[in-house]
Design a protein around this ligand. Structure first.
Ligand SMILES: [Zn+2]
Length: 137
C-alpha cells in the first residue's frame, strides 16, 4: 500500500525523502554537466574528423615512404633473379661477345652498380670485362 499523502509520512521517511530530493537535484546537475561534456566532445570529435580528412588529403608523403620501403626490397629481388643468370654466366665460356677475345683477356670484376645483398657484407654482381676492347658483359 502506497502513501497517497506525503504529510502522512513518518519523520524518518520525510528526512529520507529530502535526502533523495537533494540526490535527484545533484543527479540533474551531473546530467547537465555531462550534457555539456557531450556537446564539447561532439565539437572535439567534429574537429578531429576534419583533421583526419586533412591528413588523408596530405597522405601523399606517406605513399612516398611506402614506395621507399619497396625500393629497399629490391636487392632481394635481384638475388632471386640473379641466381639463374649467374649460373648461365658460369656455363658461358670466358669469351668477349664483342671482339671474341677469350681466356686471360676477360677479367671478372664486381659491378658496383648492382648490389646483390648488404648482409652480412656488400656483395656485388660479377661482370666480365674484356681487357682488349673494354667491353663489359
Ligand atoms: Zn672484347
Amino acid at each position: 500500500m502506497m502513501y497517497n499523502n506525503l504529510d502522512d509520512l513518518p519523520p524518518e521517511h520525510e528526512e529520507e525523502l529530502s535526502q533523495l530530493e537533494t540526490q535527484i537535484s545533484e543527479l540533474f546537475t551531473l546530467l547537465e554537466k555531462s550534457d555539456i561534456q557531450i556537446s564539447l566532445l561532439q565539437d572535439e570529435n567534429f574537429q578531429l574528423k576534419g583533421q583526419i580528412q586533412k591528413l588523408q588529403q596530405q597522405s601523399k608523403p606517406a605513399q612516398f615512404k611506402s614506395s621507399q620501403a619497396e625500393t629497399i626490397k629490391v636487392p632481394k629481388e635481384i638475388v632471386a633473379t640473379v641466381t639463374p643468370s649467374d649460373t648461365n654466366i658460369r656455363q658461358n665460356k670466358r669469351k668477349c661477345p664483342n671482339c671474341e677475345a677469350s681466356g686471360f683477356s676477360i677479367k671478372e670484376v664486381d659491378d658496383k652498380t648492382r648490389i646483390i645483398t648488404y648482409v652480412p657484407r656488400k656483395i656485388y654482381m660479377k661482370k666480365k670485362v674484356c681487357t682488349k676492347c673494354r667491353f663489359e658483359f
